[in-house]
Design a protein around this ligand. Structure first.
Ligand SMILES: Nc1nc2c(ncn2[C@@H]2O[C@H](COP(=O)(O)OP(=O)(O)OP(=O)(O)O)[C@@H](O)[C@H]2O)c(=O)[nH]1
Ligand SMILES: [Mg+2]
Length: 257
């Protein structure tokens, strides 16, 4: 397994490409600095009326109303109305699972930097400036690591599962990663557009593994993690199995390409 280097908990996990080197499908880094006007925050939303107001207000406050917000929504409650009241772009979709919604969400924006989050108030929108800064430093993907600070708010079973997923993915990739299923990441839009995404429940892991194994510059960044508002849409056993299967499938697929 190749070494990883920690700096204040920030862990570059790039799959071997030198910083500044050109990964497959990646354009040369420009000196342009992105601002919140270049940022889209995207999410799948499925009956999140309890949380969405807080999540969207936080994004508005932190980015001074400059970030675009895209919600791919499958709700039967007031979630889409609340989203529109907050100025979000709402794309309606039949409920088909996390990855189907998030894939549509990540490909919707025209802006050069895309951040994903869950709409359940677990992720710290106040850390958005740190994610943008790391993209400006040249990273292609910045992945929020919930486990670094212990993730006390996460159910113990999920926490154990997430440690195991990270271990399996690390062994299969030959690069140490710490949180493969986090919902909060920033991506350069061209990375999202240059890769074909195949997974549903396991999309979050796929969104980390494929860029990393193709030599993009990937960095894990410690984040705070709060208790969920509203009901989980993930069954821990069924979902856990699907995620484990995605990790193995995607790692083998990348090795064989
Ligand atoms: N549009 C849409 N969104 C979905 C679907 N399934 C999940 N989501 C959304 O995707 C995000 C992630 O789902 P969560 O229930 O938070 O899953 P999780 O984070 O693995 O589980 P928790 O740890 O309990 O939060 C949430 O914002 C959900 O509303 C779906 O079928 N359609
Ligand atoms: Mg969640």
């Amino acid at each position: 397994m190749s070494d990883t280097v920690g700096t204040d908990g920030d862990i570059p996990v790039g799959g071997g490409a030198e910083r500044g080197a050109t990964a497959e499908g990646r354009s040369e880094q420009s000196s342009e600095r992105y601002t919140f006007e270049d940022l889209s925050v995207v999410m799948g939303t499925y009956n999140e009326a309890e949380a969405i107001g807080t999540v969207l207000s936080d994004i508005e406050t932190v980015t001074d109303g400059k970030a675009e917000v895209v919600c791919v929504d499958s709700s039967s409650d007031r979630t889409p109305e609340i989203a529109r009241e907050h100025g979000a772009r709402v794309i309606e979709q039949e409920p088909q699972g996390y990855g189907v919604a998030v894939r549509e969400a990540i490909l919707a924006p025209d802006r050069p930097v895309v951040v994903t989050t869950d709409c359940d108030d677990t992720y710290p929108m106040e850390q958005l400036p740190e994610f943008l800064e790391l993209i400006n430093e040249g990273y292609d993907v910045v992945s929020g690591d919930r486990l670094y600070h212990g993730a006390e708010a996460m159910p113990a079973f999920n926490r154990l599962g997430n440690h195991l997923f990270a271990l399996v993915a690390s062994v299969m990739m030959g690069t140490r990663v710490h949180d493969t299923t986090t919902g909060m990441r920033a991506y350069r839009q061209e990375v999202l557009e240059s890769i074909e995404w195949t997974e549903n429940t396991g999309l979050s892991a796929e969104l980390l593994i494929r860029p990393l194994m193709r030599g993009y510059e990937v960095r894990e960044h410690p984040i705070d993690y709060r208790e969920r508002a509203g009901e989980s849409k993930l069954d821990p056993i069924e979902g856990g199995y699907a995620i484990a299967k995605s990790i193995v499938t995607v790692c083998l697929d990348e090795r064989l390409r």
